[in-house]
Design a protein around this ligand. Sequence first.
Ligand SMILES: [Zn+2]
Length: 78
Amino acid sequence: MMFEEDEEYFDFENKSELPEELDFKHLKPCPYCEKPIPEDSISCLYCGNSLPLSTKKPAWMAWILVFLVICTILLAVF
Ligand SMILES: [Zn+2]
């Protein structure tokens, strides 16, 4: 009985670590040392160089652009 409770506890621990693993799916090569680092990092984890802003726009910016385009179309229609 005690072991079952322990296993559930450890399952919960593993789930809490999942978001960190998901972050590592979005990797980009460091422009200085070419090692894989998270896309949204502002400095390299390996060589410590600060990175220029990502050329790839974040998802929220794309949605804001879509929203602005829709607003513009609606304003033009009315
Ligand atoms: Zn680097």
